[in-house]
Design a protein around this ligand. Structure first.
Ligand code: BGC
Length: 412
């Protein structure tokens, strides 16, 4: 009898142990202060459900380095549970047949009804849910230090491209860095998203960068885009090369610089530094892009895992899609929720604007996928674009040559 009791106790403790050991391993590139703060909301929610979080961070905005690390793991037959992924990358992985099918959970939780179609196009492969979208970011934003603008005599928000350049020149003349920028290809491409929209509008954006019509690409409008990129190049400091995006955001936060053009993950840094929108910093759409939104959605693509890991994977997917979580996470991350049924109550002024702009752009058909963040073209073309944009920004090719090279890159 005694032996039986001991055996039972051992089995019970093993079962408990096995439960306590439910775990997920998640790859992501959220390594800045604001990003880590947002991610910890998800980690915390899973830990409350007894799911251990094994972190697989791979630094590098835009996610190129993370994709390389994930590729190595998948190739060796040992994929992580999930990986932060964007746009066409999800489809590329779907094609390889390595992603899990979340359709049963999605049907149970009604994802089809709550997730905008523009995101579903990337979250589903062959009609099956393979990925859980956590947010909607957008790239056509300017972040500004209010005090620096006042000290520079910039009294109102610039509404047109020319007004923006004039304002930035005033900031530069007053002794500040006009444009905080990190010279990395994905950051230059992020700026490019907004300049394309401001210069040619959504129709040109779609024709040239989504349909990749050679005539639209090889045009006077594209040359003007590069001319404007050259204007911005004159507004950055001499040490911009290689700087991380969050360090650039830090320059605006600390009052060294006036502006940064960056996706709304930048807001995560301002919030993390306890800054308040409207009081310490301003957020506004890149002048000339009001009413338009170039979006990118971070999703967690789920890999096919063994039966021992799939219960934890489903908990992860469900936790990501939970409306309360989508609010709490995106308030910190700087993005809008990936569901249309999450109220904006908890969001600050910039977050409320992001949610409103997104809904309006969706209704007016002025919502376009980000070129820089993998929502306009597959990675091979995106990377070929990066290369041209960066070489131009660094003065290696002039505006005219950049137009020719960009048109050629689209054929990649
Ligand atoms: C992601 C953001 C992230 C940013 C910088 C973007 O590609 O969508 O979530 O904060 O990169 O790391």
């Amino acid at each position: 009898m005694k032996i039986h009791l001991i055996a039972l106790a051992t089995i019970a403790s093993c079962a408990l142990h096995a439960q306590a050991q439910q775990a997920v391993e998640v790859s992501h590139w959220w390594t800045s202060g604001g990003e880590a703060a947002a991610l910890s909301v998800l980690k915390g929610n899973l830990e409350k459900q007894g799911v251990k979080w094994n972190d697989m961070p791979v630094a590098g905005g835009g996610g190129e380095a993370a994709m390389t690390a994930v590729r190595a793991r998948v190739t060796s037959g040992n994929p992580p549970t999930a990986a932060q992924m964007m746009g066409f990358d999800i489809q590329d992985w779907g094609k390889q047949g390595v992603l899990a099918d979340l359709t049963e959970l999605a049907a149970k939780e009604g994802w089809d009804k709550s997730v905008p179609k523009a995101l579903q196009n990337f979250s589903k492969y062959n009609g099956k849910w393979v990925s859980a979208p956590v947010n909607v970011h957008s790239t056509n934003w300017v972040w500004a230090n209010k005090e620096v603008l006042t000290k520079s005599g910039v009294t109102s928000e610039p509404k047109t491209w020319d007004e923006f350049i004039t304002a930035a020149e005033k900031v530069q003349k007053a002794g500040f860095i006009a444009l905080a920028h990190g010279g990395q290809p994905w950051q230059e491409a992020t700026v490019f998203d907004g300049v394309v929209l401001a210069t040619g509008g959504v129709d040109y954006y779609r024709k040239a960068f989504i349909e990749r019509d050679p005539k639209a690409l090889n045009s006077a409008t594209t040359e003007k885009v590069f001319h404007r990129m050259s204007q911005l190049r004159k507004l950055v400091d001499k040490d911009f090369s290689g700087r991380d995006w969050n360090v650039a955001a830090g320059m605006v936060i600390s009052g060294k610089a006036g502006f940064q053009i960056m996706g709304d993950w930048a807001k995560g840094e301002f919030i993390n530094a306890k800054q308040v929108p409207g009081k310490d910093f301003l957020c506004f759409r890149i002048p000339g892009t009001q009413g338009m939104v170039s979006f990118n959605s971070d999703q967690f693509a789920m890999f096919k895992v063994g039966a021992d890991k799939s219960a934890a994977q489903i908990k992860l997917a469900s936790a990501i899609m939970e409306p309360g979580f989508q609010s709490a996470f995106n308030v910190v991350k700087g993005s809008a929720p990936a569901r249309t049924d999450v109220p904006d109550t908890a969001f600050d002024a910039c977050g409320k604007k992001a949610i409103k702009d997104l809904a309006e752009a969706n209704a007016k058909n002025t919502l376009v996928g980000s070129i820089a963040h993998g929502h306009a073209a597959p990675a091979s073309i995106k990377n070929a674009f990066y290369d041209v944009i960066t070489r131009h920004f660094n003065g290696q090719i002039d505006d005219k040559k950049a137009v020719v090279e960009l048109t050629a890159a689209a054929k990649n």
